[in-house]
Design a protein around this ligand. Structure first.
Ligand SMILES: Nc1nc2c(c(=O)[nH]1)N[C@H]1C(S)=C(S)[C@@H](COP(=O)(O)OP(=O)(O)OC[C@H]3O[C@@H](n4cnc5c(=O)[nH]c(N)nc54)[C@H](O)[C@@H]3O)O[C@H]1N2
Ligand SMILES: Nc1nc2c(c(=O)[nH]1)N[C@H]1C(S)=C(S)[C@@H](COP(=O)(O)OP(=O)(O)OC[C@H]3O[C@@H](n4cnc5c(=O)[nH]c(N)nc54)[C@H](O)[C@@H]3O)O[C@H]1N2
Ligand code: SF4
Ligand SMILES: [Mo]
Length: 701
């Protein structure tokens, strides 16, 4: 038996922690014998969470598919790769020939961005489909970030990241990095970094309808009415202007006077009823923020997936801008990654076309996923009749999952590139499973771009690729080849993902023309990753707006103020549902590993004791939760963490569906929050789903 130590970045969430993985080779097999945090990783400094240890469970899971499967009725039978590719090509091209290119829809899920081969190669096939019906998890997540950056800075990926290691004041809205390990802020070891702000005399303030794990360690926590953050942020911005708390910026800016005028009526006092934060607290928060030498306002998932998600993210940018904290050390800074997609891609586009049924806007070629089911269910020209899903589970992750199931059931053809037969892929005619992550190289094209330091690393596969298995990118090449041979399109030869990264590295700012000389080859010398330094101001020369000036008052955003002003005042006695993440869970797909789900369940509804009492409900009892679109049954727990009038339910559960083949998850199924979220509840400006602030009623089951 020989033991080997490997160093690798974890790909499971955005934190990209460095891991040390030990494998033991015997005559029979290579086994993973230990997974630990890597103390020599300069970025993550040994940090690890329980999910990383489950990488071995993903590897060994008997339910994980290892060969292409074809569904015949309710039975799944293995099929050869070539036969599978030919079948997909034949069915999709026939459907497109009969009903037009848009009759095929695409849904791309979250693990896509954690898998670099998927990033570099999926479009090789998907682009050939030439459909306008492209959807992804972006529109149940961070679309408002991209849209506000696209409109203000000219590129949807110019996302300013909190300079957490140098700030004196961090205001967090709708993010719970202690559970999520940070998002659009790649920050391994976030708890230590937040505590370091406090240790150097700074402050952390959290705005959240739940006293989250992050709120619990903050200096101040403010409850906010779900969906009320735009009002709170307007109140803050108005106070900054009205009380003369602004500070000059070195950035060239257009439209600040328009902004000042536009928010003139949104005083803290007038905004308070909409967000349920007392006006005096809004004003004080604005003063505290402005008084800090270096401050940063950071909004995440909880404020992008709400009815005014884009306004929220625009306001977050403005608060940083007018206090002089945008593009400043200790404020919000854009990264300079080794493979720089901002430099190498165009800035994106918005609303060039709309969805057929509801007229929702495209963003950079994608439509909001809330429209996916209706595009399948509404008859007429352009109706979607086939679907390709890639690393996604929209039945559990997009609003009104039950409606989507009904729509999937009516499709003529569906193919899923996925590892499991789960709540979504059980509707597929074919499932094409890729190798597991540890059988694959890894370069993080996405999260190096959002990291709180400029870092880079490339890791080789740890386990050999099994005979007959294909990587995701090879599946796309196979599909593209089969499809193009049928439709007579010419297919260009392609590089492997690693070669593309090598090219990106060498052309980048740390590449051939720099002293770093980064390439795949030189990265081999840095098994623990290479630290390329702290973030620094760089926004002015990187702006991609016409005239290279920050656009503080984009017309489409100002136009949304009318919708904001027209919102209804909160109903008396309203009960609003929000989501929740737990460090042992990851969206919908990591419940099939015993070590992550053992112990007491974590998928209950949390409710304030007063709200339980007023409904004569008891802690621990089964309740029925209803919304406009559906009803589920769950266990309710009394929780003083909750703001009165708000209940919290994590998403990604609801595994008790016929035909799902994930044995451990099915043993602890929970209920799906997205059987309650409403496909019509949107940030209408971007089309992003408003998953938070869903009106519900709760009664005894
Ligand atoms: N109510 C509510 N809904 C939410 C959220 C919420 O907070 N509340 N959060 C939203 C957010 S932020 C997101 S990102 C979405 C996520 O939504 P999705 O991306 O749709 O769902 P996941 O649960 O991430 O499903 C990932 C799928 O990819 C497969 N998979 C994993 N790794 C690989 C791989 O390497 N290759 C391939 N081919 N497949 C792989 C898994 O088997 C699984 O089927 O959910 C959203 N939905
Ligand atoms: N352990 C774990 N880590 C993950 C994931 C996971 O599923 N599990 N998913 C990954 C993904 S895909 C993403 S996108 C990131 C997300 O990372 P985060 O954005 O940090 O997401 P959450 O942990 O869901 O935190 C959202 C917070 O918003 C609060 N909230 C809900 N509604 C509102 C509101 O109206 N206003 C305000 N101010 N707050 C509100 C919730 O109570 C919650 O505390 O996490 C990533 N990391
Ligand atoms: S925090 Fe995220 S990246 Fe770090 S070990 Fe856990 S799952 Fe992996
Ligand atoms: Mo996400």
């Amino acid at each position: 038996m020989t033991k080997t130590l490997h160093h690798r970045a974890c790909h499971l969430c955005e934190a990209i922690c460095g891991l040390t993985i030990e494998t033991t080779t015997s005559e029979e097999a290579v086994r993973i014998t230990s997974i630990k945090g890597d103390p020599q990783d300069a970025f993550s400094r040994g940090h690890i969470c329980p999910k990383a240890v489950a990488l071995q469970d993903i590897q060994n899971d008997p339910d994980r598919l290892r060969q292409p499967m074809r569904r015949v009725g309710s039975e799944w039978l293995p099929i050869e790769w070539d036969e599978a590719f030919a079948l997909v090509a034949e069915r999709l091209s026939a459907i497109q020939a009969r009903h037009g290119q848009n009759a095929v829809a695409i849904y791309q899920g979250n693990p896509s961005v954690h898998n670099y081969g998927l990033m570099t190669h999926s479009n090789y096939f998907l682009g050939l489909l030439k459909t306008r019906n492209r959807f992804s998890a972006t529109s149940v997540d961070q679309l408002p970030h991209h849209l506000s950056s696209h409109l203000m800075y000219g590129h949807g990926l110019l996302l300013p990241i909190p300079d957490i290691d140098h700030t004196d004041f961090m205001l967090i809205l709708g993010g719970n990095p202690l559970a999520s390990n940070g998002s659009i802020m790649t920050v391994p070891d976030v708890e230590k970094r937040l505590k370091a702000i406090q240790a150097r005399g700074g402050k952390v303030v959290v705005v959240d309808p739940r006293r989250s794990e992050t709120a619990a360690i903050a200096d101040q926590h403010l409850f906010v009415r779900p969906g009320g953050d735009a009002a709170l942020l307007f109140g803050l911005l108005n106070t900054l202007f009205a009380e003369g708390l602004t500070r000059a910026t070195h950035l060239p800016v257009d439209g600040l006077d328009e902004v000042r005028q536009a928010v003139a009526d949104f005083s803290a006092e007038s905004m308070s009823p909409l967000c349920a934060v007392p006006a005096a607290q809004i004003r004080q928060l604005a003063r505290d923020f402005a008084a800090a030498d270096k401050a940063v306002c950071y909004g995440r998932m909880g404020v992008s997936t709400q009815t005014f998600g884009t306004l929220c993210h625009w306001l977050v940018q403005l608060i940083n801008l007018v206090t002089g904290n945008l593009d400043r050390v200790g404020g919000a800074l854009c990264t300079e990654p080794a493979v720089d997609l901002v430099a190498s891609t165009s800035g994106g586009h918005f609303n060039r076309w709309q969805s057929r049924v509801s007229g929702l806007p495209e963003y950079s070629g994608e439509l909001p996923v809330s429209a996916l089911a209706e595009e399948m269910l509404s008859e007429g020209e352009g109706q979607v009749r086939a679907l390709v899903t890639i690393a996604g589970n929209p039945v559990l992750s997009t609003p009104n999952g039950r409606q989507l199931e009904q729509a999937l059931d009516g499709l003529e053809f569906m193919v899923s590139i996925d590892l499991y037969i789960n709540e979504t892929t059980r509707y597929a005619d074919l499932i094409l499973p890729s190798t597991s992550a540890l059988e694959n190289d890894h370069y993080d094209t996405t999260f190096n771009m959002f990291a709180v330091r400029n870092v880079s690393r490339f890791n080789k596969a740890i386990l050999a690729k099994p005979v007959g298995a294909l990587h995701d990118w090879e599946i796309f090449v196979g599909l593209a080849t089969a499809f193009s041979s049928l439709t007579g399109q010419v297919l260009k030869p392609t590089m492997a993902p690693a070669q593309m990264i090598d090219m990106g590295l060498r052309m980048g700012m740390y590449g051939d023309a720099s002293p770093h000389q980064l390439s795949l080859k030189t990265l081999e010398d840095f098994p623990h990753g290479v630290d390329l330094g702290a973030l620094k101001p760089n926004l002015a020369p990187r702006l991609k707006t016409p005239g290279q000036r920050v656009q503080a008052a984009p017309a489409v955003i100002l136009a949304d103020l009318t919708r904001f002003a027209a919102q209804r005042v909160p109903a008396v006695g309203e009960l609003l549902m929000i989501g929740r993440r737990h460090v042992r869970s990851n969206n919908s797909w990591m419940h099939n590993y015993h070590r992550l789900v053992k112990g007491k369940p974590r998928h209950q509804l949390l409710m304030h004791p007063d709200d339980l009492a007023s409904r004569s409900l008891e802690d621990g009892q089964r309740v029925q939760v209803s919304s406009r679109v559906g009803v589920i049954e769950v266990e309710v727990l009394a929780s003083l963490e909750m703001m009165p009038g708000v209940v919290s339910l994590p998403h990604g559960w609801g595994h008790a569906r016929p035909g799902v083949k994930t044995a451990i998850a099915s043993g602890q199924p929970g209920s799906s929050a997205n059987d309650l979220t409403d496909e019509r509840q949107l940030d209408l400006l971007s089309g992003n789903a408003a998953l938070n602030g869903v009106p519900v009623t709760v009664a005894a089951a």
